[in-house]
Design a protein around this ligand. Structure first.
Ligand code: NAD
Length: 541
């Protein structure tokens, strides 16, 4: 360690810029948007010091204009995935032994680069790659990623400060060693911030990483790589491989040096990864850490005492921002009969006022869903709801893929609380509402708890304090992030550590010290200053 107990800069949440007409930030982001739109990128693999172009490429298109070519990325073969492991392990000793303050400085610098000179580029790339409105890009690829980087440094310092007591004549010290091997980071398409956080949180704690971004997010992930390199992250610490997800995963999980996985994505994929780890368990030098944040079927339940306007706004924002493609998005809603008509009328009015189109036109609140697979899946559920007797469509229900993957924000009302769209994660701008009898409040809480396999986020709306207390207790295990009189989305790093249990993940709370603790293997060092010289204890006489 260094020559001082250094204090890290106090982390504060990055202020969200407004992008109002005429603002400098709006001008800057639109300029970079145009520049990126009109340039073709060619994204290599980043392995050790090398940028590798295999010639086996995949083309990239923005979801809101699926005929506009943005560029290509190169795919790794098995040999290159193995090379990524080798390069990571080669970098390990130097990186793990670098004083912590030097590691911290790399990521603090990355945060400042994103807050300043790279902000417009990070946001424009996210608007293009994932079809986010400028506000959704700003709270994700700028603010949340900056917050992850800065707060994680503070959490790391707190962890290192956590030391045991020492009795007289003894000094006990705990050092927080990085894992013995490499960490595999697998990231989802929907948050640039998560994509940046999963590899960097492990690397901050001294680990070396092989990172596989989502195929639908390579374009904006590449800007993160640019920032990390500019921030001085040494070669080999985070190696980036794109390519066939199954093959890449199979090769990495077969290595005896695999020491941990930091995953965010769907439940099915995570379960298949866990199974593979189990099958390979005899191969590993150390038991791997398994961290996965996965799917959700997030709820809003309103009590008869709730304010109709507040509930309606929570539904429109919670279900439809970023086209409902947030793991935390509200997708099942329970309304009391006495208030349902009033709430639904307000929701309908809101939804009918949404404008849908390209994020470049900043008057659009809704843009496209991520790709054809998502579009086809959502369209099929909407078509089915149109046919089913137990479902009706209150608003929306249209879709159009002529230019981009556009699905109209859709509200389904069902008479069956276990209707398929009340249970299945659709991951799109579709929310399903079930209306319950006011007198059935307690039974409905039980229904909310038992309807889905997931337990990620949820919200209760009520003015009555007894009702709030009852919901908090009845839904204790139904959500890892539970909201009272607020929408279930929009967790902020350092304020609402995020994650869920049941089929929603291992609940290792992204953006918290709990998460960082998964990337270390503590070693206790006990030193005795004057060692005993006689084995006999006094009781022996
Ligand atoms: P996804 O599961 O399709 O992909 C996630 C990652 O896994 C990608 O990098 C992908 O390439 C990789 N992958 C896909 N198939 C694989 C396989 N067979 N083996 C190994 N890796 C594989 O998820 P997505 O569509 O990118 O993201 C949406 C999902 O992520 C939703 O289910 C959402 O709820 C979840 N999510 C959860 C959180 C959370 O914090 N709980 C946050 C964001 C997203």
């Amino acid at each position: 360690m260094g020559k001082g107990f250094f204090k890290v800069p106090k982390a504060v949440n990055e202020p969200v810029k407004g992008y109002a007409p005429g603002s400098p930030e709006r001008k800057a982001v639109l300029e970079v948007y145009k520049e990126l739109w009109n340039t073709k990128v060619d994204v290599p693999l980043y392995i050790g010091k090398e940028e590798i172009r295999t010639g086996n490429t995949t083309e990239m298109y923005p979801p809101h204009d699926h005929k506009h070519l943005l560029g290509t990325y190169h795919n790794a073969d098995k040999g290159l995935v193995e090379k990524a492991i080798e390069e990571a392990l080669k970098a390990r000793e130097k990186w793990a032994n670098l004083p912590w303050e030097e590691r911290a400085a790399v990521f603090l610098k990355a945060a400042d680069l994103i807050a300043g000179p790279y902000r417009a580029k990070m946001n424009a790339a996210t608007m293009i790659a994932q079809s986010k409105t400028v506000h959704q890009a700003e709270i994700d690829s700028a603010c949340e990623l900056i917050d992850f980087l800065r707060f994680n440094v503070e959490f790391m310092a707190n962890i290192y400060n956590d030391q045991p007591n020492s009795s007289e004549g003894v000094w006990n010290r705990v050092e927080y060693r990085p894992l013995e091997g490499f960490v595999y980071a697998v990231t989802p398409f929907n948050f640039t911030a998560i994509s940046g956080n999963l590899p960097t949180s492990a690397a901050l704690m001294g680990n070396v990483v092989v990172w596989k971004p989502s195929a639908s997010q390579v374009f904006s992930a590449n800007v993160i790589v640019e920032v990390l390199r500019k921030a001085g992250l040494p070669a080999g610490v985070i190696n980036v491989v794109n390519g066939d997800a199954r093959m890449v995963t199979e090769v990495l999980l077969a290595s005896p040096h695999f020491a941990g996985i930091h995953f965010t994505g769907s439940t099915g994929v995570f379960q298949s990864i866990w199974k593979q780890i189990g099958d390979n368990i005899h191969k590993y030098r150390t038991y791997p850490k398994i961290v996965g944040e996965t799917g959700g079927k997030d709820f809003i339940i309103a009590h008869p005492s709730a304010d109709a306007q507040e509930v309606a706004t929570a539904i429109t924002r919670g279900a439809f921002e970023f086209q409902g493609q947030k793991c935390s998005a509200a997708s099942r809603v329970y309304l009391p009969k006495s208030k349902a008509d009033a709430i639904l009328a307000l929701v309908k009015k809101d939804v009918e006022s949404f404008k849908m189109g390209s994020p470049e036109d900043m008057s659009n609140f809704i843009t496209a869903v991520i790709n054809k697979t998502a579009f086809d899946k959502l369209a099929s559920y909407i078509d089915q709801a149109k046919k089913d007797k137990e479902a009706s469509i209150l608003v929306g229900g249209g879709y159009d893929c002529s230019k981009g993957w556009f699905i109209e924000p859709t509200v389904i009302v069902t008479t069956n609380p276990k209707y398929t769209t009340m249970e299945t994660e659709l991951f799109g701008p579709v929310v399903t509402v079930y209306v319950y009898e006011d007198a059935q409040w307690s039974e409905t809480l039980k229904l909310v708890d038992e309807t889905s396999e997931y337990a990620l986020t949820g919200a209760v709306f009520a003015d009555c304090r007894y009702a709030i207390d009852e919901a908090v207790k009845a839904l204790a295990n139904a959500a890892g992030n539970f909201y009272v009189n607020d929408k279930p989305t929009g967790a902020v790093v350092g304020q609402q550590p995020f994650g869920g249990a049941r089929a929603s993940g291992t609940n290792d709370k992204a953006g918290s010290a709990q998460n960082l603790l998964r990337w270390v293997s503590p070693r206790l060092i006990k030193e005795t200053f004057v060692s005993p010289t006689d084995y006999r204890y006094p009781f022996l006489g």
